[in-house]
Ligand binder design. Sequence first.
Ligand code: KIV
Ligand code: ZN
Length: 552
Amino acid sequence: MSPNKYRPFPPIPIQNRQWPSRTLSAAPIWCSVDLRDGNQALAVPMNVSQKLEMFDSLVKCGFKEIEVGFPSASNTEFSFNRRLIEDNRIPDDVTIQCLVQAREHLIERTVESLMGAKSVIIHMYNSTSPAQRKHVFNMTKEQIIEVAIQGANWIKERIHRLEDTGTRVMLQYSPESFSATEVEFAKEVSEAVMDVWQPTVERKMILNLPDTVEVAGPNVYADQIEWICSHIRNREALLISLHTHNDRGTGTAATELGLLAGADRVEGTLFGNGERTGNLDIVQTAMNLYMHGIDPKLNFSDMNGLIGMYERCTGMTVPPRQPYAGELVFTAFSGSHQDAIKKGLANYEKTGGSWDVPYLTIDPHDIGRKYQEVIRVNSQSGKGGVAYLLESEFGIEMPKDMQREFGPIANDLVDALGREVTAAELKAMFWKEYIERTSPYSLHHFHADGVDGVFRCRSSLVISGKEVGVAGEGNGPIAAFVQALVQDAGAPAFEVSSYREQSLSSGTEASALAFIQIKLADGRVCWGAGTDTNIELASIKAVVSAINRATA
Ligand code: KIV
Ligand code: ZN
């Protein structure tokens, strides 16, 4: 690597910049460029039926402006426009946009492709940066301006053909590679196009200012946008549009700061598909507004459905850590995070109000995700995650103290497996540790009767392979059984120090679950659990489980 091969980006001549002290309070006008910029970046571009599926899906999300393609570039692109228009597939409140270079025959073909549409945006571009002027076109600034003026005129001459047949036409100009262009020159070429198109406040034109390649930080792009907004002639007749790419990984930041700098409109794609590192991820940008309580005017409540469509149509995948959309973005493996989420969710469910759950920027339910996906267990997880999964998946509500006992046991087992475990696997671990303990004591039979608060029990146990009959007395069946175990079965002296029971609502198993904590004479405490259709028997089994664990 040799850093001196590169040079710093020159600062924008801006004084008293305003954008750093502004905040966003409303959604911009969104324009999806999935079917054009996104599509042209695919190894295998979408066919007509894939484009149709994506178009319908974009409409469903609420996009009112959709760049549907580059109709002069290929027959597929042209036929797609015809299909959309002739099949009457475009809702009345949706405007389709088409990209075209400033070349006459391409403009002509683009206009032909749009005949019969209700509302269209014709989007013309030419490159303006010094590198493009010098290496690609070998043109002076004046020649570049001339290209833009000519293209603008060719469009102007043809608009009436659309308007005369009832099409509403809006015009858009992009000085392509704007962010690498001198701001003064970008203004000059844009104003030359405005001189031809003559936008007014009533009939605005869109001036799209692309970060075609992200060549500087997002603050620099914001400076460029603010500079244009405050220097361009007739600003009120313009809709300033942002179109960022993601070469430095800050496409979203550039757009957000560009909005603070005064822009009205944003172009981007679902999940940031697009050339190289991609276009702006509109899902992320819209959801960033949403998480601050701003209505994004786009609906991503079926995120999984959207991802499915996106992957089917583009052949791309959404990475697991993609903000808001990735499989893992609401998942916590770490024990302390799980614990905090669990408490935050419980409090939110109880009190409602504004969302304030640690580690979760939004409520996963809002985009169709389930809380089950939030807490997943691997060796990094602690008691909180284990308890949460057992409770949310199987309704097992372990007492807090017992969670402290079982958490490390489960953690060691998961660690030995060296992978993530499912809730069903955790339940199997719980069953093996507590419910299925039959050694040294295995309960065969239990019966207790009480008269005047005094209970007598008779029970048979198998101890080390031998059947033994035991009997005891106490102020309840459990106390009577404890006495029988200690007096007749040779169990060490112990007392019951905590008891809880619950019913298990679903599944094929026994419907009662009892948890018992015992305290031995040496001070040790140990938990046990038992299940049965009969709650009394469930608690007796829990005592057996606890003493088995204590004497194992
Ligand atoms: O990135 C870009 O500059 C573009 C333009 C054609 C708007 O996609
Ligand atoms: Zn682009």
